[in-house]
Design a protein around this ligand. Structure first.
Ligand code: G3I
Length: 480
């Protein structure tokens, strides 16, 4: 399968945001630097404003609204992450047992990718929105059906989803801190960890989240129960990467300023945190700004998703809880959120740390390799089993080059999708300069395109090219 295409303006917007950001670190190892934004740089859309601190600002998208130009205009302009509101749920993706249907889910995913947005997957194991056949299952048959479902859906979307809500809403409301009774819970208390272990094996590159609501207030029993579960999972090595706080705030479940404490405490367990379904009854600008401020205060808070575009798109339209009016105009809460995102202080520039070592593809586990250890200019790079030889040793220089053999550079032979990435004698051109971003992408300075394992390939010999950045696992790299 080819890497998806982004429209050029979208690419420019994304890359512009990335350029504006101070991008630090490279999956925790090499530190790199791009020019800091001008002191007065204020972004004019939510996604770009969030990208200044390396975060995303997303929305739930309903496939049925994608033919409404008023809706898509706002959604494509403002947001850089998408969650399918209903289309990747169990009833949508496996309506009959063993018969998967990805039509609506793909519609949302393709729209997102074509418009340069990353995608959160929602959701694989949940007591609600189960198809009839699943509602009627129990015991071992249901447990196996859950495993099969996770495998089927994650295989279809492998490499395309950055974070999956693996399990949704498994704790009961109220003061007990107990698990919610459900057919899944009745298969045994370990159903959640089985779901996570299954998900890790199905798509090792996806971040795996537990997602719930009424867990934002640190003092609530449900929050504490979720915290104890995540702590236990981390202690026992159950694969969990992130916790989603839905953040449906309303008069019965209001925002509380200790939300920041909650986010901090979960992050301290060693997971990312995200605000995944934000809406606020009445859309108080102050409350919206407070929520954004809470996320920005926690380095591991990776992004915010609002649960719909306009008030009229909301599952609780009568609460007018979102950032846009039904006519598409911006509400006061919109400006409040944008200002809060723009108020973030730029990350201080790291000391450039050159460093030498292999560059490993996240999807493939294979290394960026000069075929046959040749030193011939114009040789296209490939993926190959990591072997620590000199043809896989890359030095990131303070000037932004990636050098091999001392005097050969990672070099883009063009600026369009599919341009070959080769070695060439270093000469200081922009086609030999690269940005190593915190999300693992490596972006060519001249083209703004990403270093990409062609056709999503993972095998030895897969060629390396430039392609529009879409945050796929074939465009993410790590250095050790
Ligand atoms: O599409 C059918 C339509 O054909 C039919 O005529 C109509 C009749 O009621 O129903 C329509 O489907 C509805 C669907 O939304 C699409 O609008 C379902 O009834 C309705 O139950 C469903 O509600 C969704 C809800 O999850 C179901 O649990 C909401 O859109 C969706 O926003 C909401 O999202 C959840 C998250 O997944 C988890 N966290 C809470 C959040 C809010 O409830």
């Amino acid at each position: 399968m080819r890497s998806p295409t982004l429209s050029p303006p979208t690419v420019r917007r994304r890359i512009g945001s990335l350029c504006a950001a101070l991008i630090v670190g490279f999956l925790g190892s090499a530190t790199v630097l791009v020019a800091p934004p001008a002191a007065d740089a204020a972004e004019t859309t939510l996604g770009r404003a969030a990208a200044q601190s390396g975060r995303y600002f997303g929305t739930a998208i309903a496939s049925g609204r994608l033919n409404d130009p008023a809706y898509t205009t706002i959604a494509s302009r403002e947001f850089n992450s998408v969650t399918a509101e209903n289309e990747m749920k169990i009833d949508a993706t496996e309506p009959q047992q063993g018969q998967f249907n990805f039509t609506a889910g793909d519609r949302v995913l393709n729209w997102a990718v074509q418009n340069g947005k990353q995608v959160r997957g929602h959701t694989l194991a949940w007591h609600s929105q189960q198809p009839g056949w699943m509602q009627n299952l129990s015991g071992g048959a249901l447990r196996q059906a859950m495993i099969n479902h996770i495998n089927g859906v994650m295989a279809h979307y492998k490499g395309k989803i950055t974070q999956w809500d693996v399990v949704n809403e498994a704790f009961v409301d109220g003061t007990s801190g107990a698990r919610r009774d459900s057919n899944l819970q009745r298969t045994g208390n370990d159903w959640i960890e089985v779901a996570f272990r299954t998900a890790r094996a199905a798509d090792p590159a996806a971040k795996l989240c537990y997602n719930d609501y009424n867990v934002e207030n640190w003092t609530w029993a449900k929050t504490q129960a979720m915290y104890a579960m995540v702590r236990d999972f981390k202690q026992r090595g159950v694969p969990i990467d992130c916790v989603g706080f839905q953040s449906h705030f309303n008069n019965d479940s209001p925002y509380h300023s200790n939300f920041r404490t909650t986010l901090q405490n979960f992050a301290a367990l060693g997971v990312d945190v995200a605000i995944t379904e934000l809406d606020i009854q009445g859309a108080s600008p102050t409350t919206y700004a407070n929520v954004v401020g809470d996320c920005l205060a926690v380095p591991r808070c990776v992004g915010i998703t609002v649960w719909g575009v306009r008030d009229t798109d909301s599952w609780r339209a009568e609460h007018t809880p979102l950032l846009f009016n039904g006519d598409g105009s911006k509400k006061p809460a919109y400006s409040s959120v944008l200002n809060a995102l723009n108020a973030v202080s730029p990350t201080p520039p790291p000391t450039p740390s050159p460093g030498t070592g292999p560059i490993k593809g996240v999807a493939s586990g294979r290394c960026l390799d000069v075929p046959g250890s040749t030193t011939t200019d114009g040789t296209q790079l490939q993926l190959w089993d990591c072997n620590n030889r000199t043809n896989q040793q890359w030095t990131y220089t303070a000037g932004g080059e990636l050098r091999v053999y001392g005097d050969k550079c990672l070099d883009a032979a063009g600026t369009a999708n599919g341009a070959k990435v080769q070695i060439y004698s270093c000469w200081g051109g922009d086609n030999q300069k690269w940005r190593l971003n915190s999300d693992g992408s490596i972006v060519g300075v001249q083209s703004g395109l990403c270093l990409d394992a062609a056709a999503n390939g993972t095998a030895n010999g897969t060629l390396i090219q430039l392609y529009s950045c879409w945050n796929g696992a074939n465009q993410r790299w790590s250095r050790s």
